[in-house]
Design a protein around this ligand. Structure first.
Ligand SMILES: NC(=O)c1ccc[n+]([C@@H]2O[C@H](COP(=O)([O-])OP(=O)(O)OC[C@H]3O[C@@H](n4cnc5c(N)ncnc54)[C@H](O)[C@@H]3O)[C@@H](O)[C@H]2O)c1
Length: 258
């Protein structure tokens, strides 16, 4: 097992890639704090992990609240006896607008893409140091390494994640490795938000499932990614197999940014 005896946290773990990661990490031997605002979703992930003989702790709350974001670290460490990794996966599409932007929408995007990630990281560093080291993983995006005409605020935030990751990797070496995974279009509920945005001429009148298929066809691999394909990359980056990998922003995007 590739995470045998490890203790970690996955945020936004009730759905999509976070869900796939939490389940996969537990199958690889990790005890996992399963963090999300969606109570039934968290319960389902915890039940799936424990039914398979794994260890999981459900942590339900709003990651925009600093106390909750900080508390998930302490609660996971207390429950399992320490902390080895955090996958800061939570994020938000943000507003499409720049001209006429509603600043309340901007704040939600910054809170969920950046602020909560900082708060959780701050709490996690001493826990990892107490264990002699650890692994921090963040979800950026292909929009964190190339511009996005229809999601500039999202891109602003995800470039911020990549900058944070590269900086922290230098600052926390050698004890704590710090990396980002940069997904391309992955078939999750959040992708339905993005596909409804692009140019109205092409998308007018198309239902979201058709738009998801079209988005996949634009990719060099001719399809969208599966949440499990991101979980596989996340598993590698978190595990000791990536012992000399730090400061990376790994595209997992079917060659779309190649
Ligand atoms: N889906 C894609 O195509 C894609 C591509 C690149 C990057 N991403 C990034 O992946 C991450 C999540 O995406 P996904 O596609 O797995 O999402 P998803 O839509 O499957 O799940 C998002 C989860 O976040 C949870 N959540 C939302 N607000 C929250 C809050 N305030 N507190 C706690 N939990 C909250 C939701 O309940 C949900 O379970 C984000 O960082 C996103 O930017 C997604």
């Amino acid at each position: 097992m590739r995470l045998d005896g490890k203790i970690g946290i996955v945020t936004a773990a009730a759905s999509g890639m976070g869900r796939a990661g939490a389940i996969r990490f537990a199958r690889e031997g990790a005890a996992v704090g399963v963090v999300d605002i969606d109570q039934p979703g968290v319960d389902a992930v915890v039940a799936e992990i424990t039914a398979a003989g794994g260890r999981a702790l459900g942590l339900v709350g709003d990651l925009r609240e600093d106390e909750f974001a900080r508390g998930v670290v302490r609660r996971t460490a207390n429950a399992f006896g320490g902390l080895d990794f955090v996958w800061n996966h939570v994020g938000h599409p943000g507003p499409a607008a720049v001209e006429g932007i509603d600043m309340a929408d901007f704040e939600i995007a910054i809170d969920l893409n950046l602020r909560t990630v900082l708060v959780t990281t701050e709490a996690a560093i001493p826990e990892m140091r107490a264990r002699g080291g650890g692994s921090l993983l963040y979800t950026a995006s292909t929009s964190g390494i190339q511009g996005s005409a229809f999601s500039p605020i999202y891109s602003m935030a995800k470039f911020g994640i990549v900058g944070f990751v590269r900086s922290l990797a230098k600052r926390l070496a050698p004890e704590i490795r710090v990396n980002a995974v940069c997904p391309g279009p992955i078939d999750t509920p959040m992708l339905r938000v993005f596909v409804a945005r692009p140019d109205q001429q092409r998308t007018a009148g198309q239902d979201k499932e058709t738009l998801v298929r079209l988005r996949g066809q634009q990719n060099p691999m001719g399809r969208t990614g599966k949440p499990e394909e991101i979980a596989n990359a996340a598993l590698f980056l978190i595990s000791d197999e990536a012992s000399f990998v730090s400061g990376a922003a790994l595209p997992v995007d079917g060659a779309s940014t190649a």
